[in-house]
Ligand binder design. Structure first.
Ligand code: CA
Ligand code: CA
Length: 399
């Protein structure tokens, strides 16, 4: 074993120690999360079933619409010229006094060299109108619109978890509500509810609708739903590496796609939350929930809302140690496709996909999801009020 491998193993061990010892020692480049399992984008259906409220299901891939919409144009997409970049958490000067949640987390480290090929990417998140076109054409039914398959869901829970009552297995999805002033924000059930009849057409439940929101990003879609849409559109979900490369917009070593100017300094570059999550929102940026896509400035590649508005599914499994594994191999990781298996330090049962970019619920004090390097994850059967997606196409599909 060489020195380099020894160092990497040491750093990985430190990462795991930092993860598991909540208030443990912090190495120079390892900043441990203090609310790892409670981040705003990582609450899964199984989490809530395991507590009290709900359930989830996995849709077999053969139920997906496969009649791809043949289209050879790239309308609404941006061509991204690939290249080599440093992937992972940045710590630019001037961030010393930021909350540790606004700085790189353990799973964003170490920075490592990655190459991505050229690809096309949707300039904006998939909108309600676009998702409706897919549903109208295919009759597709989303995960949240179907009852929970307990046999599938229980695989994501400790073996002794009892089957919840039947009413908790009815179609439902995760809806956000502000926590009461005296409620603990460490209890996710104080602000996330597994709400029956919440789905992409009713993002906050049966009394809500998407009327007038055609140009807002679709939400309440699971990873399976996003993949089904992408297949129909002749596209695919981006890898996590493609996503971060695209978000950086050609800039190097920057915290955000627009540079290093902090979000609280007056200019609103992204739709996120101003206030005290999960209690208050001053709506200083003009949008309490989702905003119409392209409401905020595009990044250097011409992409909108890579930071904020809604979290976006990537194709990759999430692993907290994946960057260490790539770095240990050395050299330049060539178009990494994510780990073969999901790995979550605190959770031995759920398997999760990476999501990126943050949402209208993110602020620096909680998850800072709008940072270039910030990673989040959720189970592929979970849909939430603040998770959507966008698609990519390979260049060699161009003909
Ligand atoms: Ca906002
Ligand atoms: Ca987004």
């Amino acid at each position: 074993m060489g020195i380099k491998q020894s160092i990497n193993i040491f750093v990985l061990s430190t990462l795991l120690i930092a993860f598991t010892a909540c208030k443990g020692k912090v190495k120079e480049v390892v900043i441990e999360p203090d609310h790892d399992t409670l981040d705003c984008g990582s609450v899964s259906r199984a989490d809530l079933v395991g507590n009290k409220d709900g359930g989830g299901m996995v849709i077999a891939t053969d139920s997906m619409a496969t009649d791809q919409k043949e289209q050879n144009d790239y309308a609404g997409m941006v061509k991204i010229s690939g290249g080599v970049f440093e992937m992972g958490g940045d710590v630019p000067e001037g961030f010393e006094n930021m909350p540790k949640t606004a700085l790189p987390q353990g799973d964003e480290l170490p920075k490592h060299m990655v190459r991505v090929n050229d690809f096309w990417m949707d300039a904006h998140e998939v909108t309600n109108a676009e998702f409706k076109a897919f549903v109208d054409a295919t009759g597709y039914v989303t995960t949240a619109e179907k009852p929970v398959d307990w046999e599938e869901l229980k695989k994501q829970l400790p073996p002794e978890t009892p089957k919840p009552p039947a009413e908790n297995l009815l179609p439902a999805s995760l809806v956000f509500n502000y926590a009461a002033p005296n409620a603990s924000r460490d209890n996710l059930a104080n602000w996330w509810t597994f709400k029956q009849q919440a789905d992409w057409k009713h993002p906050k439940g049966p009394d809500s609708s998407i009327e007038g929101l055609d140009d807002h990003p679709v939400v309440q879609v699971s990873w399976y739903d996003a993949v089904a849409y992408a297949q129909w559109a002749g596209k695919r979900l981006p890898t996590e590496a493609e996503w971060e490369y695209a978000m950086r917009g050609g800039k190097k070593n920057n915290m955000y796609p627009w540079g290093n100017e902090k979000t609280e300094q007056g200019t609103h570059y992204a739709n996120h939350l101003q206030g005290n999550f999960p209690y208050t929102n001053t709506v200083a940026d003009g949008y309490e929930g989702t905003a119409p896509v392209k409401s905020f400035p595009k990044n250097g590649y011409g992409l909108y809302d890579m930071a904020g508005n809604v979290w976006e599914w990537t194709n990759d499994w999430y692993s907290a140690k994946y960057y260490y594994e790539l770095a240990e191999k050395g050299g330049i990781a060539d178009n990494p496709q994510g780990p073969e298996k999901s790995f979550e330090v605190f959770d031995n049962f759920e398997t999760k996909k990476s999501i990126r970019g943050g949402s209208f619920l993110c602020n620096d004090d909680w998850c800072s999801g709008f940072r270039n390097a910030r990673r989040m994850r959720n189970t592929p059967d979970t849909s939430m009020e603040h998770i959507g997606f966008r698609c990519v196409r390979d260049i060699n599909n161009q003909n």
